[in-house]
Design a protein around this ligand. Structure first.
Ligand SMILES: *Cc1c(COP(=O)(O)O)cnc(C)c1O
Length: 413
């Protein structure tokens, strides 16, 4: 892909340090990190006054329409370490027929299925792998429900880094195949994603691989943060009234919340924040349960099941960050069942021609439920995140046939 820097160039750079998301303890940049010394996720901090001086909206507007346009707010220091497969800005697609039918406000779908490997996991993993390259990491391992593993495999192979990936045994076939084709050693494990995570954690000492699990690596959040930067820029440096986000490990929700704070700090947006609405499946809704109980942490959800595999995450290490963003934004957490997800998927595809992934469909189901319950107002402009291409998931078989050797009743077609 095209960059306006040449490859040896230093990028303008403003990272000051990393910070424990729980205790605020400072950790040094430019070193290999997993969790903080307190065992919590690390957040990257920037000299935002410096960014404000270096970056204007006009400068930004003239740059290529990809994720690297926000480089002042990203952790990669040298252009040579950017491991790109073409992270194009994703379009916002309107759903005007459904909006009119529901009598609500604008429905904007941020269609993340257009990214490399067909999901927004590319945003996080392009950053994690670029930083791994910069830090000299040679072998990365990860537990995945499918999409994260595919993105890791693709970027790591592109960078010449070895990968070992573990997924639950019922992970969609297409995900396991793409992971393998993109150069990773991939294993199906008889358990859920956190069981896979345990294997990655234990192998760290035995094999020496780097643990790339959600939020146990500090840079995936920075990549996912670009969803918030991009959204605000695409809406003319405004934020919508509400964001419905399908929440598994929560990287995207936490990242966007961080993005809005940084944008306000550099003077690009004002005080208004979207209500952050965490959408989960009723078969795996630890955040909804904790939200409703007023808790800061969410215990493991037992017997997790849903067709929306990307949000089948029984326990999230960033639970307190998800719940904090939801509460501070005056949003909420909501669960929808698989029947509602399937119905929402069918409706959006049939009426608007948009084939959502089940996780994206969950956000539309949740929006409809929230309108009905009065938790979202009719006039609210809402953004639904479609996080992956609907084509990555098993599709229903269609059996209608036509015999070309017999007379065709065209009127009946
Ligand atoms: C990973 C994933 C999610 C959940 O994203 P988080 O930011 O980790 O909560 C939702 N949908 C799809 C399709 C995913 O792959």
């Amino acid at each position: 892909m095209q960059h306006d820097d040449n490859l040896t160039a230093k990028l303008p750079h403003f990272v000051t340090h990393l910070e424990c998301a729980m205790t605020g303890e400072r950790h040094e940049a430019d070193q290999i990190h997993n969790l903080s010394r307190a065992g919590k996720p690390l957040l990257v901090r920037y000299d935002l006054a410096g960014v404000a001086k270096a970056l204007s909206k006009q400068t930004l507007a003239a740059r290529p329409a990809d994720l690297w346009r926000y480089r002042e707010l990203l952790p990669v220091r040298e252009a040579a370490n950017i491991v790109s497969l073409g992270e194009a800005m994703t379009p916002i697609v309107r759903a005007p027929k459904l909006a009119a039918r529901l009598g609500g406000g604008d429905i904007l779908v941020k269609d993340e299925g257009r990214l490399p490997t067909g999901s927004f996991k590319a945003r996080g993993l392009v950053m994690a792998v670029s930083m791994a390259k910069a830090l000299g990491i040679k072998h990365m391992a990860m537990p995945t429900n499918g999409n994260a593993g595919a993105a890791l495999a693709a970027y790591a192979s592109h960078a010449g880094i070895k990968t070992t990936i573990f997924c639950p045994e019922d992970t969609p076939e297409v995900n396991v195949s793409e992971i393998a084709l993109q150069g990773a050693a991939v294993y199906r494990v008889n358990g859920l994603i956190d069981d896979c995570g345990k294997i990655v954690g234990e192998g760290k000492a035995k094999v020496g691989w780097f643990d790339t699990s959600t939020l146990k690596e500090p840079y995936r959040i920075e990549g996912k943060k670009t969803m918030g930067l991009e959204l605000a820029e695409q809406l003319g440096w405004q934020v919508p009234d509400a964001i419905f986000y399908p929440t598994g490990g929560g990287t995207g929700l936490i990242g966007m919340w961080k993005a809005f704070a940084e944008l306000e700090e550099i003077g690009f947006i004002g005080k208004k924040r979207p209500r952050m609405i965490a959408v989960q499946a009723s078969g795996c809704a630890p955040m909804v349960k904790a939200y409703e109980a007023g808790e800061e942490h969410a215990p493991r959800w037992e017997n997790a099941h849903t067709i929306a595999s990307g949000i089948r995450v029984p326990q999230a290490i960033g639970d307190f960050l998800i719940l904090r963003a939801v509460r501070e934004s005056k949003g909420f957490a909501i669960a929808v069942d698989d029947d509602a997800i399937q119905a929402a998927l069918d409706e959006m595809a049939r009426e608007e021609g948009l084939l959502l992934c089940p996780e994206g469909a969950a956000t539309y189901a949740a929006y409809k439920q929230s309108l009905k319950d009065g938790r979202v107002s009719r006039g609210d402009q809402v953004v639904l995140f479609n996080c992956a291409s609907g084509l990555k998931y098993p599709l229903p078989p269609i059996h209608r046939t036509l015999d070309r050797h017999k007379p065709i009743d065209y009127a009946a077609l």
